[in-house]
Write a protein that binds this ligand. Structure first.
Ligand code: NAD
Length: 490
């Protein structure tokens, strides 16, 4: 299928694209150019109800009886279908998000591997039998949690959909996925592919819609058993509140303000290009963006100068150009918001070494921006800017580096650059974050648990443990004694 012409997308409910009962159909534009891309149906409350009903029926039907080996085969088939349609998916994602196609291709490759990883991981789902002694026999059963509501953000729409769908389907759950209303196209296409390869109707439903209405209705829905959310910390707090009535399971993958710590003994030839990648990948619109670079004082001036040179050299432009390293932002509104952060940084005393002004023209572009002489207590060092803006902060010694790294409400990721291996491990132990890279920029990988400490959320994705978050454990106790079990002696 070509994606060069505007296409109409319905809601994906019960195995097919359908008209929204809401009657709400919106035109999406490419953020990099402002040209029309697609017309997409948006779900309202009654559409959420339809999707949840379909998911419940799917679970009660064929899917609930599908053995693990068949679920595994279907996940591999979906990975194959993504591979076969990779060009279409990559272009669709790049146009919809404005992201450089080279980045999208890497995310797509990871998305495919996620399905393969969980296709294999299905084999690890098993209960246990404990020796209790006497005549008591205990065993546990693993069962899918049920109908899962999954809510994902706009920054990695396809990859996040795979992070969420793969473990849920492996566990045998059915899903209602709500993408961001601005970036629903690849998740809708993925749902079509799932049905094409044989995932039964109702198991995967995708309903784009607004967060506070459609999303909140999904979260509150009494027939949804679990919510898996990725998005901002502020919304995560609201989701958690909504999950209290009626009570349901919730996992939250939230924001970050991750440190990238460079000691004076580090290999600078490695540290600088990796540090540039760690902030400007996806134009900084990344939860794990290392947006605070902490540099040991003797190296500080030299590091800032070399880093800024590399940042200036990045190729920013057409998302579909294979040479582009940084595409546009998601919208001009987001560009203006992050520019206000840069202005705040200026007023706080930060020095804008490069960038700091929105790009000319109609697209949502912002240049790679470096703020130096930043104090960690400044707003620009504490708040998630979510764009191509890095803050560079000097530190005195190891103790000071750990103090500054942990002086954040977030705790998603950290990177340490040092020539002293023991020091790398000391920092890994002391930094409060879910992922630590030592002398490498760290990247999410199927099989390696991903998630946050503190206000970056809880629950882990991508790992074997993630399956547990989609499974119930049922304990069964049996007496094998020939005598009746009669504790009251009645
Ligand atoms: P957001 O919280 O505004 O929106 C995320 C999703 O939640 C969207 O689908 C939105 O429609 C929905 N939503 C909003 N309000 C809602 C409500 N009241 N009830 C139900 N759903 C609601 O976040 P965003 O701006 O789209 O995404 C960026 C954020 O996501 C950043 O903070 C980033 O760090 C975070 N993120 C985290 C990870 C991770 O794995 N930790 C990954 C990617 C993005």
């Amino acid at each position: 299928m070509a994606v060069t012409t505007e296409r109409e997308y319905g809601l994906f409910i019960n195995g097919a694209l359908v008209e929204p009962q809401s009657g709400d159909v919106r035109e999406l534009k490419e953020p990099a150019t402002g040209t029309a891309l697609a017309r997409v149906a948006m779900a309202a409350a009654q559409d959420v109800d339809r999707a949840v009903e379909a998911a419940r029926a799917g679970l009660a039907g064929a899917w609930g009886k599908t053995p693990p080996t068949e679920r595994s085969r279907l996940l591999h088939a979906l990975a194959d279908a993504m591979q076969a349609n990779r060009k279409e998916l990559a272009e669709l994602e790049a146009r919809n998000v404005g992201k450089a196609i080279s980045s999208v291709k890497a995310e797509l490759a990871q998305g495919i591997e996620n399905f393969r990883f969980y296709a294999s991981a299905i084999g690890s789902i098993s209960g246990r039998s404990n020796p209790l002694g006497g005549s008591l026999l205990f065993y546990s059963l693993k069962e899918p949690v049920g109908v899962v509501g999954q809510i994902v953000p706009w920054n990695y729409p396809l990859m996040m959909a795979t992070w969420k769908l793969a473990p849920a389907l492996a566990a045998g759950c059915s899903v209602v996925l709500k993408p961001d209303p601005a970036t629903p196209l690849t998740a809708l296409r993925l749902a079509e592919l799932a049905t094409e390869v044989g995932v039964p109707e109702g198991v995967v439903n995708v309903i784009p819609g607004d967060g506070p209405t459609t999303g909140a209705h999904l979260v509150r829905h009494p027939d949804v058993d679990k919510i898996a959310f990725t998005g901002s910390t502020q919304t995560g707090g609201e989701i958690m509140r909504l999950c209290s009535d009626p009570v349901k399971r919730v996992t939250l993958e939230l924001g970050g303000k991750s440190p990238n710590i460079v000691f004076a003994d580090a290999n600078i030839a490695d540290a600088i290009p990796s540090s540039v990648w760690s902030i400007y990948y996806s134009a900084g619109q990344s939860c794990e963006a290392r947006s605070r670079i902490l540099v040991e004082k003797p190296l500080y001036d030299d590091f800032v100068s070399q880093f800024a040179d590399k940042a200036r050299a990045l190729k920013v432009g057409d998302p579909l150009d294979a040479e582009t390293q940084m595409g546009s932002l998601i919208s001009t509104g987001h560009r203006d918001k992050l520019h206000r952060f840069v202005e705040t940084g200026r007023s706080e005393g930060a020095e804008v070494v490069t960038g700091g002004e929105p790009g000319a023209g109609g697209g949502a572009f912002y240049p790679p921006t470096v703020l130096a002489n930043v104090d960690n207590r400044m707003v620009v060092a504490q708040e998630e800017i979510f764009g191509p803006v890095v803050t560079i902060i000097p530190f005195d010694d190891e103790k000071d580096a750990i103090r500054i790294a942990n002086d954040s409400k977030y705790g998603l990721m950290a990177t340490v650059w040092t020539g002293d291996p023991a020091r790398g491990h000391r920092l890994a132990a002391r930094i409060k974050a879910g992922e630590i890279g030592i002398n490498m920029p760290y990247t999410a990988f199927p099989g390696i648990p991903f998630g946050g400490y503190k206000q970056s959320g809880f629950g882990r994705e991508l790992g074997l443990d993630t399956l547990e978050l989609y499974l119930e454990t049922k304990s069964v106790l049996v007496s094998t004694s020939p005598k009746p079990f009669n504790p009251f002696g009645l």
